[in-house]
Ligand binder design. Structure first.
Ligand SMILES: O=C(O)c1cc(=O)[nH]c(=O)n1[C@@H]1O[C@H](COP(=O)(O)O)[C@@H](O)[C@H]1O
Length: 278
């Protein structure tokens, strides 16, 4: 099954919530989990266990595992194995992107079937040029996986680069979105875009009616909760008919291991009411 089909089925079954797995040191302390690899592993595996059956998609934040070196990566491998076994769609949030020959290494690590770090999708940065991602696009397509390409990110500093204009008048963000839509049209793949929920999409040329805001190009939308966007506003933030994954990490994880399942249920409920009124 293609990633697009899996995401569509997952959103139909569970709604659009993507639960972030971000083991920040402060959260580990609040959970009573150690700041070492076994604490990260416990945290990540508890989140997967609570997410399974409640949502369809999880997004481990690779940086926070990488912080511990090899031991942290080992913990991440076991979290990924749990998530795969639970049938969750896993977006590895590693924001990779380098020159083409180097990207092949990233593709082998994150998108090759059987790799210990295998995920269903990978976040990537196109700011070495979308063309530099060719090997990653190809690796994903060969395995029915996908890339989520940063277009308009949720952080305020992003505008300086992503709102800059090309000679043809398009924003850089818009040109990235167009390149991904062209790739999907040419290959039938379902690569996605990262568009922050905090972003004024119209300013980036990514407003309602844009060709990329349809169900063929999934959108990963972080920025809910801790960064200020409200899950209840999903229906007004993104057009009906778009395939948007509403991603939240700290706002859910702060519920702690005992409150996690109800926090996920509450977030799923908020999104459901948002879509029904949106
Ligand atoms: O690719 C991402 O997921 C991402 C893109 C973006 O534009 N903004 C953004 O916050 N993220 C990630 O989404 C998560 C947001 O975490 P919370 O703010 O705690 O919900 C972090 O793991 C970020 O690295």
């Amino acid at each position: 099954m293609t990633l697009l089909a899996r995401l569509t089925a997952s959103v139909d079954a569970h709604g659009p919530l993507c639960v972030g797995i971000d083991p920040h040191p402060a959260l580990l302390a609040a959970w009573g989990a150690g700041a070492d690899a076994s604490g990260l592993e416990r945290f990540g595996r508890d989140v997967v266990a609570a997410a399974a059956g409640r949502v369809g998609v999880v997004k481990p934040q690779v940086a926070l595992f990488e912080a511990l070196g090899a031991a942290g990566i080992g913990a991440l491998e076991r979290v990924l194995a749990d998530a795969r076994a639970a049938g969750l769609v896993v977006i590895a949030d590693a924001k990779r992107g380098d020159i083409g020959s180097t990207n092949r290494g990233y593709g082998a690590a994150w998108l090759s079937p059987g790799s210990p770090l295998e995920a269903d999708a990978l976040t990537v940065s196109p700011y070495l040029g979308v063309g530099s991602l060719e090997g990653l696009f190809a690796a994903a397509e060969a395995a029915d996986k996908g890339l989520f390409v940063l277009a308009a990110t949720s952080n305020p500093e992003a505008a300086a680069v992503q709102l800059a204009r090309l000679p043809d008048g398009r924003s850089i963000a818009r040109s990235v979105a167009d390149a991904v839509a062209e790739r999907n049209a040419a290959t039938g793949a379902g690569h996605g875009l990262v568009i922050g929920a905090t972003v004024d999409r119209a300013a980036f040329g990514l407003g309602t009616g844009a060709s990329t805001m349809d169900a063929a190009t999934p959108v990963l939308a972080p920025g809910f909760g801790a960064q200020g966007a409200r899950l209840a506003d999903l229906g007004s933030l993104f057009p009906a008919g778009s395939l948007v994954l509403a991603s939240a990490s700290r706002s859910i994880l702060q519920a702690g291991p005992d409150g996690l399942a109800s926090a996920i249920d509450a977030a799923v409920g908020e999104l459901a009411s948002s879509r029904s009124v949106g």
